[in-house]
Ligand binder design. Sequence first.
Ligand SMILES: Cc1cc2nc3c(=O)[nH]c(=O)nc-3n(C[C@H](O)[C@H](O)[C@H](O)COP(=O)(O)OP(=O)(O)OC[C@H]3O[C@@H](n4cnc5c(N)ncnc54)[C@H](O)[C@@H]3O)c2cc1C
Length: 455
Amino acid sequence: MLPSRCSKCAKLLIAAAIASAGPKAFVGMEMKGAVRGPEAKRSRSDVSDVARAAEAAEAAEAAEAAEAAGEGSEGKVVILGAGLQGAALAYYLTRRGVKPLIVEREKVAAAASGKGGGFLARDWGDSITRKLHTVSFQLHEELAEKLKIESYRKLPVLSVSPGKRSSRVPDLCEWLDGDIEDIRMMDPNGAQVAPLELCTKLIDAAVAEGAELLIGAAEGVETEADGDIERVTGVVVDGKVVPAEKVCVCLGPWAALAQDWFNMPVPMTGVKSSSIVYKSAEPVKPFAVFCGEDPRYGTHLEIYPRNSGEVYICGIGGSEYVDGTQLRRGELPPSDVKPDPARVKAATACFSEMSHKLGGEPDVVQACMRPCPPDALPIMGKVPHVRGAYISAGHNCWGILWAPVSGLAMSELILDGAASCVDLRHFSPARFARSGSAAAMRGRKMGAVPVGEQW
Ligand SMILES: Cc1cc2nc3c(=O)[nH]c(=O)nc-3n(C[C@H](O)[C@H](O)[C@H](O)COP(=O)(O)OP(=O)(O)OC[C@H]3O[C@@H](n4cnc5c(N)ncnc54)[C@H](O)[C@@H]3O)c2cc1C
């Protein structure tokens, strides 16, 4: 039996289902909460304004691209957030000679970009996300070589069904020496990276080329009228205005703050999940393992041994959904995102049953939030009605894999006026302001079948 509820397997299932049933099969799918509460009120009242402004901004785009191309490092580019999206953008901007200022509230990789799994899959995209997967998978390989990322490696992916072991279970993975009902090869071409190492090395490389890192909380964006639209003049950090000509909001779940800064809907849910890490003194044979739902524990474990000897485990179930209203009030900064002891206990028991060799009490317990827009697609592009304003956030369960392509694409958009490495149209920040948008097309269920926690 294949796993059916883990977040990444859900995407695999959807891709396969779309291929066999065609997109019409998805009409009428149950939707995730979309825009809720005060966000809903704001988005309805602002829809026509934003749509009109989007047209004006598109008309100005060609002029702006020319202006941007000749801009060099004169106009300051400010990146808000030193997670992987901010770090990758800073890195690719410095490759083009631009020296951005990166503003981070706590520390580099303070949130999911330091505590996520780091699993990378080349071929798991669907018709919309395929290129994000394939281009970024390749960029990871290049970055690993350039930045000497020690945690990067290729590894095969196994699918495991939890349950009582039978004599028919093949001996594919020696450290799964406890109870498992079935085990199969799922994808021979996976890869992994420790996100903390990648994020730190991207920032270090950017700083070595002249980028600056400022520790402080971004509180707002200053604009002034520029013809028929607004343009960015600065960002407010800890109460002080820092001059800026361009600003990119890379705040993960806290990108919800941009809704008030730009007066447009930026719907976002923070999916808060715990994870556990074991430290093995001996090397652990490299397999990424995706487990099916285990109803005894409420888990759907994802297990990633790293070449450091760490064994990282997420997919421990019972995630908490933190809505955009809370995030916009500044609640739950990274250091306040704490693990759920009940879920840690369940995951520990489940894993210890599957692996007598590695199980027991974990060495690290932690938690972080996945940034999840209502359609589960990232928000990447220009803010339609504010010249010089951009968003790159909401990368959901693929923000480590997609960081390089997102950083490269956003650097191209900011400097050239358009991205050439990938088509950003599906990810436009303006899509939530358009009625009948594709944002309403996905949900957490496909018919009656649950398709993962993030939907
Ligand atoms: C348990 C778990 C496992 C995951 N596993 C994988 C995986 O295997 N593969 C994969 O591809 N993806 C995975 N992901 C998803 C991935 O980790 C995220 O999508 C990605 O890290 C998000 O990066 P980000 O830069 O957009 O946001 P974040 O990492 O959230 O960074 C945002 C930054 O903004 C800062 N910030 C917040 N507010 C302010 C402010 N007001 N001013 C200044 N700075 C501020 C924060 O401190 C933080 O450093 C996982 C996620 C989770 C939760």
